[in-house]
Design a protein around this ligand. Structure first.
Ligand code: PLP
Length: 284
């Protein structure tokens, strides 16, 4: 049995699955999405992802095509049909199909819903083997990065620059040389005074679900974290850097713009949080 995609109420062979050429998601990036990691059949941090999906829809005035309960039923069915028990689920909702015109369709159309699933990646064994590198780049995205929009051109270009440089992630900074986030991750650091920091939420960054789950873990563990923005210069002096996302978990960054971060190995805070998040995924 080959891969299966859910497209607007139907389960189709992935190879044949397609959307209308006038889908507004295809023509304008007028839609939102979520990516959820699935571990042994459990949707990791699902309540956080579902809440963010609903918020993204609200912020761009798309009505949910399904209730959350119905959506979860479809997600489970897509996983079952693809025989995925550990892997990724991708959920995309666009404003729907309408004659091309920038403004919303005059009479509302049914939003398009697409769900796909794929196997892997397996959970990493340890922080050291999971570590990667990053480059820094100016943030060229729009002013509502808190919405998980399918309009990802600036993120795509930044990620390609990282790939070209042999790096895992592109860490972005704004016009004031303040770090916003990664092209597809939240950015954290332990600063030169030993304080764990990540940028405060706002329109400049996506409210990461992994970030939120890690905050709960930090709270339980009694580890202090400061939600304060930091500059590119501060990042370059960091003792530890890591990024978080549904697909990178807690990923140590041990090289930045070609130079080692501290001694070039994951630091103690990063290792502790890597392990805590993995435990959270296995038990939470
Ligand atoms: N920031 C951006 C721009 C992202 O694309 C992502 C995830 O893809 C994240 C942060 C991390 O979000 P999450 O932890 O919910 O995966």
């Amino acid at each position: 049995m080959g891969a299966v995609a859910y497209v607007n109420g139907r389960y189709l062979a992935l190879k044949q699955a397609s959307v209308n050429v006038e889908d507004r998601g295809f023509q304008f990036g007028d839609g939102i999405y979520e990516v959820v990691y699935v571990q042994d059949g459990r949707l990791i941090d699902a309540p956080l992802h579902m809440a963010r999906l609903q918020r993204s829809l609200r912020e761009i005035a798309i009505l949910p095509p399904l209730s959350l309960n119905a959506l979860e039923v479809v997600i489970r069915e897509v996983l079952r049909r693809n025989r995925v028990s550990t892997g990724l689920v991708y959920i995309q909702i666009s404003r729907g199909v309408a004659r091309r015109n920038h403004a919303f369709p005059a009479t509302p159309v049914r939003p398009s819903l697409i769900i796909t699933a794929r196997h892997g990646p397996a959970l990493p064994r340890d922080a050291a083997s999971w570590a990667g590198s990053a480059i820094t780049l100016p943030d060229q995205r729009w002013a509502r990065c808190d919405v998980k929009s399918t309009n990802l051109l600036a993120n795509v270009l930044a990620k390609q620059m990282a790939r070209h440089a042999g790096a895992y992630e592109a860490i972005l900074y704004d016009a004031a040389q303040t770090i916003t986030e990664g092209a597809s991750s939240s950015v954290w650091m332990v600063d030169e005074n030993g304080t764990l920091r990540t940028r405060q939420l706002g329109r400049e960054i996506l409210p990461g679900c992994t970030r939120a789950a890690l905050f709960a873990e930090l709270h339980t563990a009694g580890i202090a974290v400061a939600e304060t923005a930091f500059t590119l210069a501060e990042l370059k002096r960091a003792r530890e850097i890591f990024v978080t996302s549904a697909t990178s978990f807690v990923k140590p960054i041990i090289r930045l713009d070609g130079a080692s971060v501290a001694n070039g190995a994951p630091g103690p805070v990063t290792i502790a949080l890597f392990e805590r998040y993995l435990r959270h995924m296995q038990t939470g």
